[in-house]
Design a protein around this ligand. Structure first.
Ligand SMILES: [Zn+2]
Length: 244
């Protein structure tokens, strides 16, 4: 039924619209990815202040009309992630994380776990910004994507060959098969080092803050495994997990 909707939300994107308005892409716990228009937000005396910007976590009241585009009635800051905004690497990681959520979970279906994961990622990036404990790393971005795959029901099979079930000699990864493959089945995949395999298993099993470390070459292989899984099973292409 149309009416006011009270929800938490993370602003994924904020686009200028018309003279003074903004269109927002939001991620919410129970309405997944939703869009809303904030009217008059670009006027200097707007009651929304500067809080309708990407990476803000907000309490919102949205008005549901007849169209899919809701109207922002009110917005209160839960966390603005101020430190993150002053650190280029953290800001870049936040943009990639929001983009990944936006592409993998592009519908209004409820996924409270994905909302919590995104909030966790933004909080980690914010906490580590500007210091020597930054989470704005390739390993963190890949761990985040692996958890998105898990939430989407697309977690790669890592314990046994995804083609034949063999548990020994797992030496390659096949996006089409949906996981690691053994030496007899590796024709369908690319070589996966033990370190990359261990990284993916560890990242899926650990909290995001404790994602394991791995060398560059292992991370590149894990990155490819995640990308190929998404392309084959969700028809989704993500921006590269690393800048440049
Ligand atoms: Zn096999």
């Amino acid at each position: 039924m149309p009416g006011p909707l009270k929800t938490e939300a993370v602003v994924l994107r904020s686009m200028r619209f018309g003279e003074a308005d903004r269109i927002l892409h939001l991620y919410t716990p129970h309405r997944g990815r939703s869009s809303a228009i904030a009217k008059g937000v670009r006027r200097t005396r707007s009651r929304f202040g500067g809080r309708l910007e990407p990476y803000f976590r907000l309490h919102m009241v949205l008005h549901e009309g007849r169209s899919e585009l809701m109207t922002v009635t009110s917005a209160e800051t839960i966390c603005g992630h101020r430190r993150l905004r002053e650190d280029a690497a953290a800001l870049d990681s936040a943009a990639r994380a929001c983009d990944a959520v936006s592409r993998v979970f592009a519908t209004p279906d409820p996924h409270p776990g994905v909302f919590a994961l995104l909030c966790n990622e933004l909080a980690l990036l914010d906490a580590g910004a500007g210091g020597d404990r930054s989470h704005a790393t390739h390993a963190n971005q890949l761990a985040f994507r692996l958890k998105l795959l898990l939430a989407a029901g697309l977690a790669p099979q890592l314990a046994a060959c995804a083609s034949c079930g063999e548990s020994d000699g797992l030496s390659a990864f096949s996006g089409a098969a949906g996981g690691v493959v053994c030496s007899a089945c590796e024709g369908s995949g690319f070589r996966l080092a033990e370190e990359a395999h261990a990284f993916m298993t560890g990242a899926l099993g650990a909290p995001l803050a404790d994602a394991p470390a791995a060398g560059q070459s292992a991370l590149r292989q894990a990155d490819r495994a995640i990308s190929e899984t998404l392309e084959h099973h969700a028809n989704v292409r993500l921006r590269p997990a690393l800048p440049g």
